[in-house]
Design a protein around this ligand. Structure first.
Ligand SMILES: [Zn+2]
Length: 319
């Protein structure tokens, strides 16, 4: 502890219409959290609303703005190694304006910005399923396949910001349908929620069976599986196979201590964990074959944890 009474941290996760904020102790305990509805964060009125809500969150716990040593902000877009922000296609957000406003209100705090997938990765490292690991791979199976890679305690961002683009590892060189990135046979095409649904429909077609309604997404495939549907079983096996191939490739480069799986599809992790581990063992270098494959544990709070952790590292670097 420094010359101030408290060295607290704020983790802020920025979404389209609301932000999630978490107040953390230096040791990583989540002391309080709240969701704050905001207009687009592009002008001073919106920044002031954020400052006010954060100050109220602190006051409820008996703390002041000066108790905050660091603030981490995670955003849905690319952040370069020097902290500068790339193009944000999905959100109206002025990161520099928000940072400047926070810096005025929280004069003592170090403020850092990071990408949301990397924040979730850091969250799992700090207080989640990867706690205690030096190197690990975080994979989110959601609408797409994303994630992050940590090597020796550091996030791998890469020269072009493509470090950790796990969803675009080529796992099927025979594919003819293009991925969103323009290439063929990317992991995301098979292991995302949408990919799993497509595999299911293809399996139904091959078997000449009628597919059930999948408008609810991957949940419908898991329901079909629970009902003993053979096409669903085949689809899930294919998903596991492609994931296992990608994990085996990554093991040859990183040799991580764990693969941590998050995202919507991970809600059904127990259903496919054994098959995934078995297929991974079959593909991996023998010395890596027993690498842990586990479910992420922080859910949608991973981002606020990871943002706070990045802030913690930045305060430590300043001392
Ligand atoms: Zn791709």
């Amino acid at each position: 502890m420094g010359k101030f009474d408290h060295d607290l941290l704020l983790g802020i996760d920025i979404g389209g219409t609301a932000i999630k904020a978490g107040l953390f102790s230096h040791a990583g305990d989540l002391m309080a959290q709240r969701s704050i509805s905001t207009p687009a964060l592009v002008e001073s009125g919106a920044y002031a609303a954020v400052n006010q809500a954060l100050t109220a969150l602190l006051a409820e716990q008996g703390f002041l703005r000066s108790d905050i040593a660091g603030i981490g902000i995670d955003i849905p877009g690319p952040v370069r190694e020097d902290g500068s922000v790339g193009f944000l296609p999905n959100i109206r957000l002025d990161v520099e304006g928000l940072k400047a406003s926070l810096a005025m209100a929280f004069a003592r705090a170090v403020i850092v910005v990071l990408n949301d997938a990397n924040a979730a990765t850091f969250g799992e490292l700090w207080q989640g399923s990867a706690k205690g690991e030096r190197s690990f791979v975080f994979v989110t199976l959601g609408t797409g396949v994303g994630g992050g890679v940590v090597v020796d305690g550091k996030l791998v961002l890469g020269k072009h910001g493509a470090g950790g683009e796990i969803g675009h590892i080529t796992v099927n060189p025979h594919e003819t349908r293009a991925c969103g990135c323009g290439r063929l046979g990317c992991l995301e095409e098979y292991a995302s929620a949408t990919g799993l649904v497509r595999l299911y429909h293809e399996a139904c077609e091959r078997a000449g069976a009628e597919a059930r309604d999948t408008s609810e997404g991957a949940v419908a495939v898991f329901q079909a599986l629970a009902d003993g549907d053979e096409a669903a079983r085949l689809a899930l096996s294919q998903m596991c196979e492609y994931l296992a191939v990608a994990f085996a490739h990554m093991s040859c480069i990183i040799d991580p201590g764990a693969f941590v799986i998050g995202g919507g599809v991970s809600a059904s992790f127990d259903v496919f964990a054994d098959e995934l581990a078995e297929r991974f063992r079959a593909h991996a270098l023998p010395m890596c074959a027993e690498t842990k494959i586990v479910r992420a544990s922080l859910g949608n709070k991973a981002g606020i944890y990871g943002s706070a952790y990045q802030a913690l590292l930045a305060t430590a670097a300043e001392e």
